[in-house]
Design a protein around this ligand. Structure first.
Ligand SMILES: [Zn+2]
Length: 213
C-alpha cells in the first residue's frame, strides 16, 4: 500500500491568515521508511506559517501501517480526545473496510491500535525499536548457544511482551520445550525481560504453543 498525501487549509497557533498545506494522511512504513524516520524525528507534517514563521504540526488524522511488523495505528487529532468513543467506533468500521478491500491479500488477523497525536505515535515506534533491539540480542545469544531461531508472529509477540525471535526447541515442540530452550539462552547470561516473560508463560501448565511464522 502506498503512502497518501492530502491537502488542507490550516491556521498557525498565532491565528494568522489560514494557508494551504500538504500533509501525510497515510504512512506505509515498509514502503516509505523515510516517513517513519520523520515521525521518529518529529518532522512529519511539520509546517511553517508563511506570515509569522512559526513551525507547528498539522494536527490531522493519520493512519500508520507497517505490514511486515503487523502494526496498524490510527492516529487521531489531539483536539478530538473527548470524542474518543465515537472515533473508536469509526476506527473499527474503517478497519473492517480496509481489511476486506485494500489489504485483503494480507489476511490481517490483528486489531488496530489508536492514539491521539503524533507524539503518541512516536512513543509507539520508540517502544517498537527498543523491542527490536532486544529481540536481536536474543537472536544473537541463541546463535552463540548453537540454537536455531524462530520468528514469532509480530502482533502476537507485541501483545504478549515476547521477543520477536525465540530459540527453537531441538526435538519435541511443546510449549514447555520452548521454555526449556529459552531458559538455556537466559542461563548463558543474556539479560532480557521479554525472553524471561516468554519462559514464564511457556512453562505454565496448559500453555499454548507460540505463534511462529
Ligand atoms: Zn502565523
Amino acid at each position: 500500500m502506498k503512502s497518501i498525501k492530502n491537502e488542507a487549509a490550516v491556521r498557525c497557533p498565532n491565528h494568522c491568515e489560514p494557508f494551504d498545506v500538504e500533509y501525510w494522511s497515510l504512512v506505509s512504513a515498509d514502503q516509505d521508511p523515510d516517513l517513519k524516520a520523520a515521525i521518529m524525528g518529529g518532522e512529519l507534517n511539520l509546517v511553517q506559517c508563511p506570515e509569522c514563521g512559526t513551525f507547528f504540526h498539522h494536527d490531522g488524522d493519520l493512519i500508520y501501517f507497517d505490514a511486515p511488523a503487523e502494526l496498524l495505528v490510527f492516529v487521531f487529532s489531539e483536539k478530538d480526545r473527548q470524542r474518543e468513543p465515537e472515533l473508536l467506533a469509526r476506527m473499527q468500521k474503517d478497519y473492517e473496510l480496509i481489511k476486506d478491500t485494500l489489504l485483503k491479500q494480507l489476511n490481517m488477523d490483528y486489531p488496530p491500535v489508536s492514539v491521539f497525536g503524533l507524539g503518541a505515535l512516536k512513543e509507539i515506534l520508540q517502544a517498537e525499536e527498543k523491542m527490536a533491539y532486544e529481540s536481536e540480542a536474543v537472536a544473537a545469544a541463541c546463535a552463540a548457544e548453537g540454537l536455531q531461531v524462530v520468528r514469532l508472529k509480530p502482533s502476537y509477540a507485541r501483545t504478549h511482551h515476547f521477543p520477536f525471535y525465540v530459540p527453537a526447541p531441538a526435538k519435541e515442540k511443546t510449549a514447555n520445550d520452548y521454555a526449556v530452550a529459552a531458559s538455556k539462552v537466559l542461563q548463558s547470561g543474556l539479560n532480557s525481560l521479554l525472553l524471561r516473560n516468554f519462559v514464564d508463560r511457556m512453562s505454565q501448565e496448559g500453555a499454548q504453543l507460540p505463534q511462529v511464522l
